[in-house]
Design a protein around this ligand. Structure first.
Ligand SMILES: Cc1cc2nc3c(=O)[nH]c(=O)nc-3n(C[C@H](O)[C@H](O)[C@H](O)COP(=O)(O)OP(=O)(O)OC[C@H]3O[C@@H](n4cnc5c(N)ncnc54)[C@H](O)[C@@H]3O)c2cc1C
Length: 385
């Protein structure tokens, strides 16, 4: 591809997470020369599952990563929320005609599928390569002192984005006082009732939650959510006696929790703007959100492909980045707001939460607000999923 000067355009990207790999795959498919700089020594992700809704699946399809990403995925029949007595509060129908699709996979599988598309497209992925900043004129600054000039620089370097901060783009970063331990364990008979085995179930008790997520035929993804000052509950390895105390009906499952796990605090990030000159930021560095809707990665996927579509043949990269933000940001902010709202009930008394969710769970209008992102057809995707 040429920009009229008979040369291929170049992009330098910081971060080989979902956002960085998506924009790399989408730009390289449009004829750009792309280099991705990953700070870590390898491209491995940690052991956890991830929810991918229809919008994210459409992006994976458009990138050519869908088949590999979804091979062996779990396709649940229903997403339920349950109260402190294990009674169903809400049922969110999925994967039926007219509903959003939702699958769960291992993070490792998702990342590998994106890496393989990048490699097929000729993307240069460099590990142990740390970015320390960027310039609006289009240079990615590396920790080793090099400045990599490009037509486009992308900071996809996660919630602590050095690229974002060097460009002074942060409006605010808010800690939500809540977080989760994530772990993977093998699936087993008897963890939950046979009728519940394939469902996605979020259990509430006091200010704690347990999210039960089959992520493949053999892997179970567990998220233990609690307040960030609930020291006993946020400890890794998980304290089985404490979690059994909160969720006695899940004792068989809790007894099988392993020694490993990773704690992450929930945060919201908003930027003054998503770009400055020829440098853009996307993913958690630009629009982190709590994971209650399972759409942080979905937004990184959508905004990654959307960015590539916006700049692909654009004569003016800076103007194209502004147009990208104008097109994509409203839905991302809607998703952030809806996600944050799902955390409001964390500290409600059990009985109140149970009553309210049982009623609001019947509201089609509220469900549509929550599922708006999932039902969206992202820029650069047309195929039905
Ligand atoms: C508990 C929890 C559950 C979640 N569940 C879901 C879910 O089910 N579905 C969903 O869609 N989303 C989910 N999310 C959100 C999702 O994980 C994130 O939104 C997504 O991973 C963001 O991708 P990213 O590429 O922006 O950032 P990251 O995944 O953080 O990737 C950033 C990459 O940049 C690298 N890096 C960092 N600094 C530098 C540097 N200076 N130079 C070079 N490289 C650097 C990092 O090593 C990393 O590889 C969840 C989040 C949490 C906390």
């Amino acid at each position: 591809m040429s920009n009229g000067k008979n040369r291929r355009r170049r992009a330098e990207i910081a971060g080989a997470g979902i956002g960085g790999l998506t924009v790399a795959a989408a730009l390289s498919a449009r004829g750009w020369d792309v280099t991705v700089h990953e700070r870590g020594p390898d491209l491995r992700t940690f052991g956890a599952g991830i929810y991918i809704w229809s919008n994210g699946l459409r992006v994976l399809k458009a990138l050519g990563a869908y088949e590999e990403a979804t091979a062996g995925a779990h396709v649940g029949p229903l997403f339920e929320t349950r109260d402190h007595d294990n009674k169903v509060m809400e049922e969110i129908p999925i994967n039926r005609a007219g509903n959003a699709r939702l699958i769960t996979i291992l993070r490792e599988t998702l990342t590998r599928s994106l890496i393989n598309v990048c490699r097929t497209n000729g993307v240069d992925i460099r590990t142990s390569s740390e970015a320390v900043g960027a310039t609006p004129e289009g240079a990615l600054l590396l920790a080793d002192g090099t400045a990599r000039a490009a037509d486009l620089v992308v900071g996809a370097d996660g919630i602590n984005s050095a690229v974002r901060d060097s460009l002074d783009l942060l409006m605010y970063r808010r800690h939500l006082g809540y977080g989760a331990i994530r772990m993977l364990i093998p699936r087993a008979e008897g963890d939950v009732a046979p009728a519940d085995r394939d469902k996605y179930i979020e259990h509430f008790s006091g200010s704690r939650r347990i999210l039960y997520t089959p992520a493949s035929a053999s892997d179970l993804y567990i998220a233990l959510c609690c307040a960030a000052d609930d020291q006993a509950a946020m400890t890794v390895p998980a304290d089985r006696a404490l979690w059994t105390d909160s969720f006695p009906y899940l004792s068989d499952l809790i007894a099988r929790f392993g020694q490993s796990g990773r704690w992450d605090a929930f945060e919201v990030v908003k930027l003054k703007r998503w770009s400055k000159g020829c440098a853009a930021v996307l993913g958690d560095g630009a629009h982190a959100m709590p994971p209650y809707l399972g759409q942080g990665g979905g937004c990184a996927l959508m905004n990654g492909i959307g960015l590539a579509v916006a700049v692909a043949d654009a004569p003016d990269i800076a103007a194209a980045l502004e147009a990208w933000e104008a097109r994509e940001r409203p839905l991302t902010e809607h998703t952030q707001e809806q996600s944050e709202r799902q955390g409001d009930m964390n500290y409600w008394p059990d009985a109140l939460r149970s009553q309210v969710l049982t009623i609001t769970g019947r509201s089609r209008e509220l469900a549509m607000q929550r599922l708006k992102t999932a039902m969206h057809v992202p820029t650069g995707t047309i195929e039905a999923i």
